[in-house]
Structures are given as C-alpha cells and as structure tokens.
Design a binder for this molecule. Sequence first.
Ligand SMILES: Cc1cc2nc3c(=O)[nH]c(=O)nc-3n(C[C@H](O)[C@H](O)[C@H](O)COP(=O)(O)O)c2cc1C
Length: 358
Amino acid sequence: MEDKNKIKEIMKRKEEHIQIALAKDIQSKNTTLFECIKLFNSATPEINFDEVDTETSFLGHRFSAPVIVGAMTGGAEIAKRINKNIAIAVEELGLGMVVGSQRAALQSKGLEDTFTVARKYAPNAFIGANIGAPQLSKNGIGANDVKKLIKMLDADSLYIHLNPLQELVQPEGEPNFKGVLSKIKEISNFVNVPVIAKEVGFGIDEIAAKKLENSGVKAIEVAGTGGTSYAAIESYRARIKKDEARANIGNLFENWGIPTAASLFVTKNNVKIPIIASGGIRNGLELAKAITVGASMSAVAFPVLKHAMRSSEAVSDYLKNLIYELKAAMFLTGSRSVIELSKKRYVITGELKDWIRE
Ligand SMILES: Cc1cc2nc3c(=O)[nH]c(=O)nc-3n(C[C@H](O)[C@H](O)[C@H](O)COP(=O)(O)O)c2cc1C
C-alpha cells in the first residue's frame, strides 16, 4: 500500500522547488563564460534571412531547432499544469522536453498523470524520461523500474541526472554515488532508448564524460554553472526545515561548478558522443555559440518555468523568440543551416582560456 504521508511529502517537495525557483533569486552569480566566445560577423552572408533553416536532427529525431526544454518537474498538481503547457508548445514547434525526476511516479501511481500529461499533449515531440543516479543504487530503483518510467511516457530517451551537490544540500538527499557508473552501464544495455547523462547545474568535466561514454550513454547534457543553482534552491528548503548544516553547505557552494561554456569544451574535446549545452543558456546568441563550438543541441530550463505557469502560448512565444535570436546569429555568421553554423570560426578570450586546453 502506498504511504499517504510519503506521497504528500513528495508533492510538497516538488511544489517547494517550483515556488522557491520562482520567488527567490536562485540564479548563479557565475556566468556561463559564453561571453568569452566571439563569433565572426559576415558582412557578405549571401543569404536571404527567410531561408535560414534552424532544423536539425539528434539521436534520430528531427527538431525544428536545436532546443529542448530541460528537465524540471512532475509529481504535483502544479507540475501537471507546467508539463502540459510545455508539452503543447514543444509539440506545436517541433522541439523536445524532459520531465522532472519520475521517482515520484514509482512511489505513487496517483502521481503518474503529472508526467504522462507530457506525452498526452506532445504525441510526436521528443520526450525524455528522467531519474536520479543515486536512486539507481543497489537497493533503489532497478532496471525494470526504469523501463516502466520509459514506457509510461513512450519516451524517446532516458535522462539520468548526476547531482552530487544537490543531494548534499537537499534535506532528504542521498549523497551516495557508489556503484552509479556500473548501474548506468547496466541500464544503458537494458533499455531500448538512448540514455543521456546530465548534471543539474554544476557541470560535467572530461573525466566524468569519458566514464559516462564508457558506461554506454549516448549523449551528455553538461548543465554547467551560470544559470539555475540547485544548491540555492535546496539551501532555501533546508533553511525552512531548520536544517542549518545543509543550508550552510548550500550557501557555501552556491556558486560551485564548471561554467557551461567550459564544460562544453572539455566534454566535446574528450568524447565522441553528442553534447547538449545547458545551464544558463538565456538567448539565441549563446545558443549559436554553443553550436559553433561543438554542441549538438541545447537545453533551457528555468526561463521556461515562469511562462509555463501562465500558458502554453507564453511558452511558445518564449521559445519562438529564442529561435528567432538563433536565426539572427546564423544570418550574421553567414550560416544557412545548423551544420554550417557548427563549422564557423570563433575566438576564445578571457577566463574561458584558463578552463580549457584546446
Ligand atoms: C524548478 C526546477 C526543477 C528541476 N528539477 C530537475 C529534475 O527533476 N531533474 C533534473 O534532471 N534536473 C532538474 N532541474 C535542473 C534543470 O534540468 C537544469 O539542468 C538546470 O536548471 C540548469 O538549466 P537552466 O539554467 O536553464 O535552468 C530542475 C531545475 C529547476 C529550475
């Protein structure tokens, strides 16, 4: 039988994440370091702006632009509305979305529809299922459970999030990552969709990237620092729960992490699998820079949240504008297509140089 208190607790936690993210300043004080990447202006683009084509493909799926709405939520009534509004928008625009951690749906069947609403309203769009790496430990969620999560959404991929800092700060956290890589390997071999490993806003370095590639993941979403700080979100929660020790760790490490542009460089230089740039991507120029230096796709999470609280139209307008900005950057670099953009020249300046050894 399902433990009603446990379910209430999960729903409350999911609501708190959203409320805190919207009400407090939980954006990192770091920058992504995309400002250290400069693209070259083309004074002779020989292109009609209307012909610039942002379409691309990723893991066998067509996208109208290299944009996925990053993993955020599920497991509460408000989450259902958010996932629905995102789903309607990505279906309309031919983009993709990832749901938040589906552990809640395994713990309570009653919460399933807060996730499945995504597939209901996005029957054709790319959808990512999602589960946390620490929950895959020996006595946790098994390979068969994971299959259920994929089936529940008829998902096109499975995202496994790696979140050591979040687990440290979260009052209910499970900061035990022992055996996680072998579990990822087991699951990658077992499930019939590509597994994508992601961070939650603190970045992935080349060592982790190589280990993940060797464990069979088919893509990596870097989720570096420069955008949402989950340490800040959990720190607020810990403080509310009077868990001062965790709250302090959250404050101390609020700006911890590998800046997104640096994480993108070190991962793409060391693995062959495609990389999704994410963590603080806030406009189409940053998105264009990410593609130019080697990302296959981008993901944007927090900025979509406030629009998803309002309506699917608001999400759609936001994403359309992001793609319009990308198109502008493509036009100005003389790129007709995403492939052309990915071959353009760029310059690396400032602090980003300190992070990478090209
Ligand atoms: C409210 C909120 C909830 C999130 N929940 C999850 C989650 O359940 N699973 C996950 O993999 N990432 C989760 N994330 C992290 C995002 O997917 C993303 O990696 C991070 O926010 C950085 O991207 P951004 O700067 O564009 O927000 C969450 C982010 C936010 C803002």
